[in-house]
Write a protein that binds this ligand. Structure first.
Ligand code: NAD
Length: 411
């Protein structure tokens, strides 16, 4: 199933609950703007390379559009469109004044030198700078992009528009970034996992967890959960999976990956397994934190985890979702589980506009409060309406966006 079909399926389920008209559904499912730009650059070996960059602006009924920038070889318009609409429902669910957007370039960033990565970023900004901005559409990091990429992005944007730190979030702390933004998505995933366990009457200590993806989100999730005394028994990245039933020393794995340019390849302190095997391990909690579409109708029947926390965007397709729900697996949906990133980005953007900044403790406190509120609201809705957490989260998000759309009018 294509990514947009997946998001559309979950949206339609919420729209049914809200009894939205077909006309309003069509409006809410249609992107406001979708652009595709040519990104051409001279590589280090003097060859000319041309890539395709995308920016999809989905909806701005509740505020400027917000969403990450992904560098990954499989980026295409369908994926970016799906991710942009997820951002709309996510921002509404955590009650921050944003609509949704997303962008990406179909490129493998690991195959580029640092200079090439900088050039590709600057060329992409050249292509879209007049369509984005602090009051229009604010990019942020996502898969394959980092705080450093955001610094280049801001610098290039400012060449056209002057001083504009609020044009992009997830910047380095030394360059108008926010302490705690980098850890925010993983911290949120960890915090919400612990909250979910507590609501289910389970203690986190000794719970076994497997995490797919060991980048920004996966590493910070693993650190948080290990501090909460959960046992991280498996981790993975694009190089494969690593399993240790007695528990992996997360900081040791992070240090190993940092020394090897971010890769866990050859990690010696655990047994090598495949990414497919990781998903099917006998664990209490499974956390996909890499790419989308990894849990489908074909592997869902073999999953053993009783709880799936969607740190990645759209990791579970509707067929798998139905199989898992039927079996009683609890799924914490992406638009709630990984909302820590956009929430911290909102803090960064708001403070950039006031030339003011919170310290790390305040950021963590406010982040935990915002996510805790969204979790409780979702949990209550699911209990009262006897539905899944995904149905609850989507229904709250879609309801807020549809209400804002109707209140704003169409003239
Ligand atoms: P990242 O680039 O920092 O890390 C991605 C990780 O996934 C790497 O370890 C990479 O090796 C691994 N990976 C890539 N392809 C894989 C494959 N086929 N199988 C297994 N592992 C693979 O990216 P990130 O920022 O950590 O993002 C991860 C997920 O979280 C994405 O779905 C992203 O949309 C979502 N997300 C990120 C943020 C954020 O703030 N960065 C916010 C919300 C959601």
């Amino acid at each position: 199933m294509r990514f947009f079909e997946t998001v559309q399926h979950y949206f339609n389920d919420a729209a049914d609950r809200l009894q939205l008209s077909d006309d309003l559904r069509r409006l809410l499912l249609t992107s406001e703007r979708e652009v595709q730009v040519q990104v051409s650059l001279e590589l280090d070996d003097r060859r000319l390379a041309t890539f395709i960059g995308y920016r999809v602006q989905h909806n701005r009924a509740r505020g400027p559009m917000k969403g990450g920038l992904r560098y990954h070889p499989e980026v295409d318009l369908d994926e970016v469109r799906a991710l942009a609409s997820l951002m709309t429902w996510k921002s509404a669910l955590v009650e921050i004044p944003y609509g949704g957007a997303k962008g990406g370039i179909a490129v493998d960033p690991r195959a580029l030198s640092r200079r090439e990565l900088e050039l590709i970023t600057r060329k992409f900004v050249d292509g879209i700078h007049d369509l984005i901005g602090p009051d229009i559409d604010i990019p942020a990091p996502d898969m394959g992009t980092t705080a450093e990429v955001m610094a280049w992005f801001m610098n290039q944007y400012e060449k056209y528009h002057g001083f504009s730190p609020a044009a992009v979030t997830g910047k380095p702390v030394e360059l108008h970034g926010l302490p705690g933004r980098e850890e925010a998505t993983g911290r949120g995933v960890g915090l919400l996992t612990v909250k979910l366990l507590s609501r289910l009457g389970r203690r986190p200590d000794k719970m076994r967890v497997a995490i797919q993806g060991f980048g920004n989100v996966g590493t910070h999730t693993a650190k948080f959960l290990q501090e909460a005394e959960m046992k991280v028994v498996a981790i993975s990245d694009a190089s494969g999976g690593y399993y240790r039933p007695e528990g992996i020393d997360v900081m040791n794995a992070v240090r190993y990956a940092v020394q090897r340019n971010g890769s866990l390849e050859g990690y010696p302190d655990a047994e090598p397994i495949s990414n497919r095997e990781l998903l099917e391990l006998d664990v209490d909690v499974l956390i996909p934190a890499a790419i989308g579409g990894v849990i489908t109708g074909s592997n869902a029947p073999r999953l053993k985890a009783g709880i799936v926390v969607e740190a990645a965007n759209s990791p579970v397709d509707p067929t798998a979702n139905a199989i898992l729900e039927e079996r009683g697996t609890i799924i914490l949906p992406d638009i709630l589980a990984n909302a820590g990133g956009v929430t911290a980005s909102y803090f960064e953007w708001a403070q950039n506009r006031q030339f003011y900044r919170w310290g790390l403790n305040r950021v963590r406190q406010e982040l935990d409060r915002a996510l805790g509120d969204a979790f409780e609201r979702t949990w209550q809705y699911a209990q009262e309406n006897k539905c899944s957490l995904r149905q609850a989260a989507y229904t709250i998000g879609v309801s807020r966006v549809s209400r804002a759309t109707l209140l704003g009018g169409f003239v």
